[in-house]
Design a protein around this ligand. Structure first.
Ligand SMILES: C[S@@+](CC[C@H](N)C(=O)[O-])C[C@H]1O[C@@H](n2cnc3c(N)ncnc32)[C@H](O)[C@@H]1O
Length: 331
């Protein structure tokens, strides 16, 4: 490897780092192990009402629960919780732990390729008093028996998995007949394109404007900006896919799912969210305060409503940023 290549983990040995650039799964482990202890803080993840309703809303938007798209006997209808659920690529447990707190799941198993993430997810689950177990697991070869779970979920994980169809075949294998899967928070191909450009433009603009002497107080120390740039470069190593809604439905069908259905969300909200997140990464910590946090989150919420109630009726689904897919295992 050359000097320009970023290290996936500053604590990894040189040999490990060199190997990570040849082995995407090793890169995932080194990068996400490194992120694990600071991940909740970095992504504003919490286990209170804010993130509980975020997780519940993503789940319900995917399964069409509020629109009554599922039958009354399917737990997706909201009549009763799923008994046993598995999460793939759980990270710190954001999706499944909050779905459990929302009363959608009774017992959960958290899994991830990164041992550091599984450790934090189990610690979070224990701290919340939830019925959770977990293990290190590759989503392409899930280490559980056939017909084990009523529900399999994931959030922002499919785009990291080299063979997504193989992973969905594994999901269907470990689901009980009639069991459901829900994967949310995946980037669409068009959404990823504009998100990256919005991020890049915001970064260039703010890091250059804050060179002006009277704006210096708004500039993060150079070492921290360099670290953010390295992290962004690393995402290119671990982010493997973006998805087209039609192709994603076809892929799930080929893997053996029935009723595979993609929904997409966030268009105007993404046009606010990506510049806001990038801007936040360029200014010193604590500079923006609670007023800014209220503006950013409140603005994102209001635009999400516009996206759902207005834009989703007139703009084709492939233009929205966030994709979710659900389906079931044949009875
Ligand atoms: C972007 S993070 C999302 C974490 C969490 N689901 C969330 O939404 O906060 C992606 C996670 O997927 C995990 N991952 C990547 N490749 C994987 C694979 N092949 N099998 C299982 N987990 C994987 C990573 O270690 C990381 O924790």
């Amino acid at each position: 490897m050359t000097d320009e290549q970023p290290a996936p983990n500053p604590h990894a040995s040189e040999a490990e780092v060199a190997a990570a650039y040849r082995d995407t799964k090793l890169a995932q482990v080194l990068y996400h192990d490194w992120e694990a202890e600071t991940y909740d803080e970095k992504w504003h993840i919490s286990y209170d009402e804010r993130c509980i309703s975020y997780a519940r809303d993503r789940f319900e938007a995917a399964v069409g629960r509020s629109s009554g798209a599922t039958g009354g006997s399917d737990p997706a209808s909201g009549a009763e919780p799923y008994d046993r659920a598995l999460e793939l690529g759980c990270g710190t447990g954001f999706f499944l732990l909050n779905l459990m707190q929302a009363g959608i799941v009774k017992k959960g198993s958290v899994t991830d390729l990164s041992p550091g993430m599984v450790k934090v997810a189990l610690r979070n689950g224990e701290g919340l008093g939830l019925d959770v177990d977990g293990r290190v697991a590759d989503a392409e070869t899930i280490p559980y028996d056939d017909d084990t779970f009523d529900l399999v979920v994931g959030h922002a994980v499919l785009h990291h998995i080299p063979d997504v169809e193989q992973s969905l075949r594994e999901v269907l294998r470990v689901l009980k007949p009639g069991g459901r899967f829900v994967f949310a928070g995946e980037p669409t191909t068009i959404g990823d394109f504009y998100a990256r450009w919005l991020g890049r433009i915001t970064w260039e603009l703010t890091t250059n404007v804050t060179r002006l002497p009277f704006l210096r107080g708004w500039r993060r120390p150079q070492a921290e900006l360099d670290e953010s740039s390295r992290a962004a470069a690393l995402e290119a190593v671990v982010d493997l896919h973006t998805f087209d809604p039609d192709e994603m439905e076809a892929l799930a069908g080929r893997a053996g799912a029935v009723g595979a259905r993609v929904t997409t969300e966030e268009l105007s909200a993404a046009f606010l969210g990506w510049p806001v997140r990038t801007f936040e990464a360029t200014v010193p910590e604590g500079k923006l305060g609670w007023g800014w946090a209220g503006f950013a989150y409140g603005g994102w919420q209001k635009l999400s409503i516009v996206d759902e109630k207005v834009l989703s009726r007139i703009v084709p689904r492939r233009f929205f940023y966030n994709l979710a897919i659900t389906g079931t295992k044949p009875e």
